[in-house]
Ligand binder design. Sequence first.
Ligand code: PLP
Length: 363
Amino acid sequence: MTTTEQAVIHNFNAGPSILPKEVFQQASEAILNFNNTGLSILEIGHRTSLFQAVMDEAQALVKELMGLDNSKAVLFLHGGASTQFMQIPMNLLDEKGTAAYTETGTWANKAIKEAKLFGSVQIAGSGKESNYTALPKSLQVDPTSTYLHITTNETIAGTQWKNMPFEYGVPVIADMSSDILSRNLDFNKFSLIYAGAQKNMGAAGVNLVVLDESVLGKVNRTIPTMLDYRNHIKEGSMLNTPPVFAVYVVLLTLRWLKNMGGVAAIEKLNREKADLLYHTIDSNPIFKGTIAREDRSDMNVVFVMDNPTLEAEFQQICKENNMIGVKGHRSVGGFRISLYNALQLSSVKALTDLMNDFAKRKG
Ligand SMILES: *Cc1c(COP(=O)(O)O)cnc(C)c1O
């Protein structure tokens, strides 16, 4: 082994998380010499044609990969998905209005808390009774609601919506932070989609926001300049200095995804990874899936051990085999295995081999 070679690390981190190797390679090259300019990506002005080309291509690739029509604006904003929790109701929800929210876990609850600062919130459906191990089976949505908010994938709980709730006749807004570009959806049917980049799409520090301009301009309050979507749309997502490097890493990741065959191709691979892992959990009684079968996530696989005293031992085995990020979120316990786009099937095979072996020894 030469000094530059590294042992394979299987990165199951929930976020920030694995990105394609070639993206890391290209991003590091751009830090030293961006597009053969002799300059670093970190030292060029965002108003230069060099960076404008990055922004243009990143926006165009989002539109292409998601199949967006021309009514949609694509923005790259600061502040993480958590800023969208407040920016959305600030721009859309009038003080006298009501927004419908699905309450499906930690992230949904954070969104609900912020929306209440701006208007009324009606809980359209909740998974609280099951401790968020299942999604609500039916929703109560008032047809006068300003919008309906869902978290398409609850990163901590390990649930994922399979059917989108478009049937209520109100604009649907989705937090797709942890499953953006992982599967094909009818993205044009959403009025607003947002996602922090650091789970499936790039580096931390930038948010993707895809929105329909028709939902804007309906509230009475004064919106601060930087928080008003209309200003960002008007300025082509360059109202102020965008997170230049983070946008560039998103561009590299989008190019990689396109080369892989786009969203349909990655969805197939993601399904294969999730099927293998869930099959291993389901077929070894030593492991116990905790999420309702029809709601389990293809991105964040949550499970425990039937005998909790074995959990530390298996965690140690994972560690010895260079598997990182397998521990469940502190609020849930057990294990959480994140299977984002860049994670290879071989990593899931390596993990399931360990699981089968452990089950044989302990079962
Ligand atoms: C990680 C995550 C967030 C928070 O993202 P930040 O960029 O840290 O603000 C919000 N929603 C979901 C579903 C997430 O997974």
